[in-house]
Design a protein around this ligand. Structure first.
Ligand code: NDP
Ligand code: OXD
Length: 310
């Protein structure tokens, strides 16, 4: 049977996917062309499929998430229950996330926003500097991406704490887990990086209660998902000074509405959900490997458990 993978993506990267899959003898099909191939599409690589769209492909054997997050695949009639879901775990995606997180932690640590304001005012105003090892960065979610960020921040000298659902043991990272471990974890985070998946347990976890547990003036970097944060609580924490700054890449509504207060808040830095973008050349390798594993009856790697939400 032909090897066809249909691709639904927000980014116009079809040509790159097509050539990466062609090298492995797999034919890539554009989402807009899928009706012609419905009976022969065996694999789907998707971002935000609508209910019923995957169920309409009777030959489908595997679903690949274009993103590391699979919250877009959770919901009624989105993924037929018998189909395994493989999420995106890829060195290119990890490297991009490490760059983004390290950039923002350093930007906050070195007070760059102040110098940017000074430049606009033509003001020469050196400020004192402190070493990284005097500061603690907390990473919420120390999986594939959060774990790599924690390690990179540790290499820069920061004290690093991590928080996960289950007990974890990462070299030189102070690991906390579960609801019981959250207050002690948050109490030390002068910079908080949120790299949690969006699940029923984590929705709204950045709220007035948890933000109040941070040291006053802490900096927040949310790269997980927008609905992890309660926007009103986050804005109130910024306005009161409980939060010193927030670098936000993900939002409750994307694109962020033009009239949203985040756009103009002096403490907020916005990026349009680009902390790390899936790169076809490297991600395809992991997809092709899983297709081979599936064909040979071997165990798949990086499957998601949709009932758990990640
Ligand atoms: P992983 O599944 O590898 O790691 C998830 C981590 O979150 C694990 O440490 C897990 O704990 C922890 N976690 C999950 N639920 C809870 C909970 N209830 N309480 C405490 N910890 C919890 O995911 P990735 O690192 O690959 O990706 C993380 C998220 O990053 C994605 O789901 C996505 O939302 C986001 N992302 C954002 C991008 C962007 O451009 N902004 C790009 C890519 C991803 P445990 O270790 O115990 O399982
Ligand atoms: C992802 C994302 O989950 O880009 O990979 O948000």
């Amino acid at each position: 049977m032909s090897q066809r993978i249909v691709i639904k993506t927000d980014f116009d990267l079809f040509d790159a996917w097509e050539s990466a899959f062609a090298a492995a003898g797999i034919e890539a099909i554009r989402w807009s062309d899928r009706e012609r191939f419905l009976d022969s599409i065996r694999y789907a690589l998707v971002w935000q499929p609508a209910p019923g769209e995957l169920a309409a492909m009777p030959a489908l054997e595997l679903v690949f998430s274009i993103g590391a997050g699979v919250d877009h695949l959770v919901g009624e009639n989105i993924v037929p229950p018998h189909l395994p879901v493989v999420r995106n775990v890829d060195p290119g995606l990890t490297a991009g996330m490490v760059e983004h997180v390290v950039y923002h932690v350093i930007r906050l640590h070195r007070g760059m926003a102040g110098y940017e304001t000074d430049q606009v005012a033509r003001r020469w105003c050196p400020r004192p500097q402190t070493p990284t090892w005097d500061h603690t960065v907390g990473v919420m979610g120390i999986g594939q991406l959060g774990g790599a960020c924690a390690e990179a921040l540790k290499h820069l000298g920061f004290r690093v704490a991590g928080w996960s659902r289950n007990p974890r043991n990462l070299p030189q990272i102070d690991c906390y887990h579960g609801n019981d471990g959250l207050p002690d974890f948050l109490a030390q985070c002068e910079f908080l990086v949120c790299l949690l998946p969006l699940t029923s347990d984590t929705r709204g976890i950045l709220n007035r209660h948890t933000l109040a547990m941070l040291p006053r003036g802490a900096g927040l970097i949310n790269v997980g998902r927008g609905p992890l944060a309660v926007d009103e609580d986050l804005l109130a924490a910024l306005d009161s000074g409980q939060l010193g700054a927030a670098a936000l890449d993900v939002f409750n509504q994307e694109p962020l509405p033009r009239d949203h207060p985040y756009w103009t808040h002096p403490g907020v830095t916005i990026t349009p959900h680009v902390a790390s973008i899936t790169m076809p050349a490297t991600s395809a390798l992991h997809i092709i490997d899983n297709i081979r594993r599936h064909q040979e009856g071997r165990e798949l790697t990086h499957t998601a458990d949709l009932s758990r939400g990640y």
